[in-house]
Design a protein around this ligand. Structure first.
Ligand SMILES: Nc1nc2c(ncn2[C@@H]2O[C@H](COP(=O)(O)OP(=O)(O)OP(=O)(O)O)[C@@H](O)[C@H]2O)c(=O)[nH]1
Ligand SMILES: [Mg+2]
Length: 478
């Protein structure tokens, strides 16, 4: 198949494959399947030549840490990587998202957000465009929202961690909320931290609204872990159970009944628990939960490969089951409206035209003539010219109606929430040379339909290959 994507997009895909080749060669061939899906999207017009479905997912396992401010997010990360990469403190410390990735360079290096925006390895590729969509002009200020830090800890190899500013929906600008949503969408694992010192609903309200309520509707909600941190502070009154119960109630009020709930505290930052028995009990509970959380983080690399293949299948399905039917509906509505408008505008004009010409002697039997020129030699030519101009005016008006109705209707398709650029796909179907009565959506031919089912099959094949890679059902030693 001929690839009609931009050079920049193609280079980006190549660089993605190059990085993946060092890590998981199977995923290199998965990229190729995404590129085939791109061709279907391009044909349907819902993908521009600058875009690729490969940039809709993160190819590196992504673990994000969100939550209320001063909940101990940065302290947790420092402890996890074994390196004080992030500043911590009791005031709101972080004002931007920090993307942490591995580098063998012994110094922790800080790079501006633009470094992330331009690098296809990171899921922030073209983030500035996404920000611009919700807050015009803000995209250029990507550095105020994002930074990249490289960290030499081995545990950071092959994964990306994101530390975020304390979540406060009221104070937050739309662009920050947009980034938060984007991060949740892309993450393989989301740790939502709450502060054990303020577990009451008031302090968590906004966070719950935006994060928890949002996750109830998600089909990947199991990737979100809720963590009540700083539980060491409950030791003085020994009321851990009460605090946890209050917290879970607040979360349930937010609409979340199931989920993975954990409690933690950070030994480096914790208050000393005087009673050794109590200390032992707290530590045991903490260690258990920390163990679950660390295991989930480790598991993410394995799940990531399945998730990527799942996305290939999911995208194929969405094209077939959402994009195409939505385009069909939109084209159907447009067709009906154009016919009605033709009826309301063109038909009366036609009647007026016929009535006028008939009453002024333009018709002799069924022959069109210009009165007074019947006998002259140029009579028939003049009659033809007048008739042609009239027909052209009618046809022109019809095409004007088509275009105006398409433009008006396309506005509603520009809203977010659709998979792909539905507006562009719709307008492609309404171009003037395309008959209104074409039964099929443009780009949705036999070949494209076959391609979609082929891609679904290949997703199944990849899953089998992955199973072979990660499991060993026959029990043979590998
Ligand atoms: N008692 C106690 N204090 C903690 C714990 N974890 C962190 N802290 C302290 O809580 C304060 C906030 O910690 P940070 O790690 O900066 O919190 P954060 O969530 O990154 O905060 P922002 O980036 O400002 O949103 C710091 O003073 C930490 O020392 C804990 O488990 N127990
Ligand atoms: Mg922080």
């Amino acid at each position: 198949m001929k690839n009609s994507q931009d050079k920049i997009t193609l280079d980006r895909i190549k660089s993605l494959q190059k990085h993946l080749a060092e890590e998981n060669p199977l995923l290199v061939s998965v990229v190729e399947k995404f590129v085939e899906l791109d061709q279907v999207g391009l044909g349907l017009g819902v993908l521009t030549s600058r875009d690729s479905y490969t940039s809709e997912i993160s190819w590196w396992p992504l673990i994000s840490i969100l939550g209320t401010f001063s909940a101990g997010k940065s302290s947790f990360i420092n402890q996890y990587v074994g390196n004080p990469v992030q500043k911590t403190g009791n005031q709101a410390v972080d004002d931007k998202f920090t993307v942490l990735c591995f580098s063998s360079d012994q110094n922790v290096r800080v790079l501006p957000g633009i470094a992330l925006d331009a690098d296809p390895r990171f899921p922030f590729y073209q983030m500035s465009e996404a920000i611009d969509k919700v807050a015009e002009g803000e995209g250029a200020r990507i550095d105020t929202y994002l930074q990249l830090k490289t960290c030499p800890s081995d545990i950071m190899r092959g994964k990306i961690l994101i530390d975020s500013p304390g979540f406060d929906a009221d104070a937050q600008r739309r662009s920050t909320l947009r980034i938060t949503d984007h991060i949740i969408n892309l993450s393989d694992l989301v740790l939502v931290f709450f502060d054990g010192r303020h577990p009451e609903p008031g302090a968590m309200h906004d966070t719950l609204e935006h994060l928890v309520a949002g996750t109830v509707r998600r089909n990947d909600a199991n990737k979100i872990l809720f963590i009540l941190n700083q539980i060491d502070t409950t030791a003085a009154e020994d009321n851990l159970e009460d605090v946890v119960a209050a917290w879970q109630r607040a979360i349930a009020q937010g609409g979340l009944v199931s989920g993975s709930f954990h409690t933690l505290y950070n030994e480096d930052a914790a208050v000393t628990i005087e009673d050794p028995a109590l200390e032992e009990r707290y530590r045991k509970k903490r260690d258990e939960d920390l163990n679950v959380i660390t295991k989930r983080i480790a598991q993410v690399s394995v799940e990531r490969a399945y998730r990527i293949i799942g996305a290939l299948e999911n995208f194929s399905n969405r094209i077939e089951k959402e994009v195409v039917p939505e385009l069909e509906t939109a084209v159907g509505v447009w067709r009906r409206r154009v016919l009605i408008a033709d009826l309301l505008v063109l038909l009366p004009l036609l009647v007026i035209f016929i009535a006028y010409t008939a009453s002024h002697g333009y018709w002799q039997s069924l022959k069109f003539v210009v009165p007074g020129t019947e006998q002259s030699g140029y009579g028939p030519v003049l009659a033809n010219i007048v008739l042609t101009v009239a027909v052209a005016a009618f046809v022109g008006l019809h095409f004007l109606i088509r275009t105006v109705i398409a433009r008006l209707y396309s506005k509603r398709l520009a809203e977010e929430g659709y998979f792909g650029n539905l507006r562009a796909g719709f307008l492609k179907n309404t171009r003037w040379w395309r008959s209104m009565f074409m039964p099929q959506i443009t780009g949705w031919n036999k070949k494209a339909q076959a391609k979609i089912s082929e891609l679904r099959d290949s997703a199944d094949n990849f899953v089998q290959k992955l199973n072979d890679q990660y499991t060993n059902p026959s029990g043979k030693s590998l």
